[in-house]
Design a protein around this ligand. Structure first.
Ligand SMILES: NC(=O)c1ccc[n+]([C@@H]2O[C@H](COP(=O)([O-])OP(=O)(O)OC[C@H]3O[C@@H](n4cnc5c(N)ncnc54)[C@H](OP(=O)(O)O)[C@@H]3O)[C@@H](O)[C@H]2O)c1
Length: 334
């Protein structure tokens, strides 16, 4: 499909009334795609109907994406207020959120962001491209006192008009409960890993109960991520039999089934692709040929508790392993 009328793409209403498009375009190319290539995809995707773009400073491409956004606004394709642009403060800027946000605004050539997220609940920094087993000597476990200092700065950004909404990413229930107790402005979203083989049902339900909209990253199970980000037991969503069966019925790629599942379940998927046929199929997924209720039920069988983004590089000295990042027994590891 060449173009989709953005008015056809469903919107999700956040607890504060803001409306966000139900599918966004991811922009993390890892080391597989160049910044220009991703920025060109953003430009063409907006020309073709995308209105929601998921950015982050750590993807190192905001300058390029900013130029692309400026061009589509300048040429009259879209008005600023019709776009939903998300940014994220990286772990090494938890103490200087306003400066980090200002830099992203400059790079993206915007005077406000629609949504700004704390990318990870830890201030733990790792060098780009470092080995997954490396541990930074400065890395520390989650501490709510530290996180609240960062969150207060996030709240100030809303008060200053630099961002319209604030949210979190990679939070667990235990951490979110602490934040909800003290937040003056509660997060509108939590961006979290969600795909058929990693449904996180309990955490998903917790977010919904608390009126926090889940945004789902790696919605297709990131099938072509670099080998260094793969482990032996990772499930492959697009090879799951329930996913493939629906793909055959609808004559679509299994990746698109993953996007449909996400939209119909109620999270906001942000699939990445630089290929027009792929990213248009992903947007079309939200407006055409829904999966039946029975198929949605069958897709529950795809669950394999297969977390892909384990976060090993954020571990501190003394941590036992990546599971310490995810509070699996309901307790925050120290
Ligand atoms: N908040 C966080 O901590 C966090 C973490 C990870 C990701 N994210 C965000 O989530 C976004 C998406 O995650 P992701 O990029 O890791 O994984 P993904 O969206 O699950 O997978 C992307 C890959 O799937 C393939 N694909 C996409 N659409 C397709 C289609 N219609 N048909 C066939 N193949 C298709 C593409 O492979 P080819 O390129 O080979 O065509 C693409 O590279 C990121 O870009 C980023 O914005 C956020």
């Amino acid at each position: 499909m060449e173009k989709i009328d953005p008015a056809l793409v469903p919107m999700r209403k956040l607890y504060n009334g803001a409306e966000i498009p139900a599918v966004g375009l991811g922009t993390f190319g890892s080391d597989r795609f160049g910044h220009e290539e991703i920025a060109n995809a953003v430009k063409e995707a907006i020309r073709s109907g995308y209105r929601h773009i998921d950015c982050a400073a750590v993807y190192m491409n905001e300058k390029y994406i900013g130029k692309a956004i400026a061009e589509v606004i300048e040429e009259g394709t879209v008005k600023r207020e019709e776009l939903w642009i998300t940014g994220k403060v990286w772990n090494d800027r938890h103490d200087e959120v306003e400066e980090a946000c200002r830099e992203s605004l400059d790079d993206l050539r915007l005077d406000y962001l629609d949504l700004y997220l704390v990318h990870w609940p830890f201030p733990n920094y790792h060098a780009p491209g470092c080995d997954v087993d490396s541990r930074s000597p400065n890395a520390v476990p989650f501490k709510i006192e530290n996180f609240m200092k960062t969150w207060r700065q996030m709240e100030t950004l809303v008060e200053k008009g630099m961002v319209k909404n604030i949210g979190t990413s990679n939070m667990t229930q235990a951490k979110m409960e602490l934040l909800l107790k003290d937040a003056r402005i509660k997060p509108v979203v939590n961006e979290m890993e969600l795909h058929p083989c990693f449904q996180q049902q309990e955490l998903f339900d917790f977010m919904i109960e608390n009126k926090i909209q889940p945004i789902g990253f790696c919605p297709i199970g990131s099938p072509t991520r670099p080998d260094r980000d793969k482990t032996e037991n990772d499930a492959v969503d697009i090879e799951d039999p329930a996913v493939q069966k629906i793909a055959e019925r609808l004559n679509i790629h299994p990746a698109v089934v993953c996007v449909k599942w996400a939209v119909q379940r109620g999270q906001i998927p942000i699939p990445f692709s630089v290929h027009k046929n792929e990213y248009m199929s992903n947007l079309e997924a939200a407006i055409k040929d829904p999966i039946t209720e029975e198929e949605m039920e069958e897709l529950k069988s795809a669950e394999q508790n297969s977390r892909l983004i384990k976060g090993q590089v954020f571990l501190w000295e003394g941590a036992k392993g990546w599971k310490d990042l995810w509070d699996l027994d309901g307790k925050i590891a120290r």
